[in-house]
Write a protein that binds this ligand. Structure first.
Ligand code: C2E
Ligand code: MG
Ligand code: MG
Ligand code: MG
Length: 281
């Protein structure tokens, strides 16, 4: 591959780094056009009442199918969108699409939308949320925004100020992937989270009998209970895991055992076949 065909300077390249950078450039370029060209869509994963199994709502999960490269997982393109400043536009599309969809449901199920920290660092974001609610007609209490602990890492309080403005709209707020980041209990007291989502890693370890994981989930549930917050067990895949998180006292659950992320029509049908009493629980 080297220009001089011999032991020249081009051998200094790490071939893998080169490929990664090239792939990044290609993906970034593709990502810029993805929303406009209709390559993205949302799937909706059920969130249930952990005690009864009844449907409470859905988490909107973004999917990207590129005409050439096929399905690209969020774990790959979300970080790229965050680094390249594309996330505000993509995130706004997600928010507006999810609100518009939830407003059409026959029952008042909740819709959770993932928000990147970068979105909260724009002061205009609270206005975007207000506008998504107004133009869809969705009741603010039915929208739940999921943020991770990374929101609190950056210097300054702008993200927290934006969160406060969003909370004042009556929107719900949940702390996603709890336990995977720089978990500090301090901001649980400072921010009005409605719910803590316990990361799948803890649920998995606990179901394998890891004492520490069980102890941590118990402690988080006790803390959340005393602060009046819900707890969602993420990544529940089996009946045994459901029984375990039920026994520990998690209030909500989500995972393949209850349902995969569903196409929009299937989510809509699931809402229609669910009684109002179940959703309100
Ligand atoms: P997350 O918000 O923690 O979402 C849960 C992830 O776990 C989803 O992966 C979901 O498909 C997966 N999952 C759910 N139940 C199970 C289970 O029982 N077992 C296993 N193994 N996995 C389960 P997904 O859809 O690939 O999304 C990955 C991450 O990408 C999300 O994690 C979220 O951080 C991010 N993401 C997805 N959509 C959006 C979006 O619209 N905006 C932003 N900012 N981030 C998003
Ligand atoms: Mg989430
Ligand atoms: Mg999560
Ligand atoms: Mg997670």
């Amino acid at each position: 591959r080297s220009k001089d065909g011999g032991g020249g300077m081009f051998h200094a390249y790490e071939p893998q780094l080169h490929v990664a950078a090239e792939e990044r450039r290609v993906l970034e370029f593709a990502l810029r056009a993805a929303v406009e060209q209709g390559q993205m869509h949302l799937t909706y994963q059920p969130v249930v009442n952990a005690r009864t199994g009844g449907l409470l709502g859905f988490e909107a999960l973004l999917r990207w199918t590129h005409p050439e490269f096929g399905v690209i997982p969020p774990a790959k393109f979300i970080p790229l969108a965050e680094e390249t400043r594309l996330i505000p536009a993509i995130g706004e599309w997600v928010l507006r699409t999810a609100c518009a969809e939830a407003a059409r449901w026959e029952q008042p199920a909740r819709i959770a939308v993932n928000i990147s920290s970068e979105q909260l660092h724009s002061p205009a974001f609270a206005t975007t949320v207000a506008d998504a609610l107004a133009s869809s007609g969705l009741a603010p209490g039915r929208l739940e925004l999921e943020v991770t602990e990374s929101v609190f890492l950056r210097e300054g309080t702008s993200a927290v100020a934006t969160l406060e403005r969003i909370l004042d709209l009556g929107v719900q707020l949940s702390l996603d992937d709890f336990g995977t980041g720089y978990s500090s209990l301090g901001y649980l007291a400072h921010t009005r989270f409605n719910s803590i989502k316990i990361d799948r890693g803890f649920v998995q370890s606990a179901s394998r009998g890891t004492k520490e994981a069980i102890a941590i989930i118990r402690a988080v549930v006790a803390l959340a209970d005393s602060l009046g917050m819900a707890t969602t067990a993420e990544g529940v895949e089996t009946e045994d895991e459901h029984h375990m998180v039920q026994a520990i006292g998690c209030t909500r659950a989500q995972g393949y055992y209850f349902g995969q992320p569903l196409p929009v029509q299937e989510a809509r049908a699931l809402v229609s076949h669910t009684g109002r009493a179940t959703i309100a629980a």
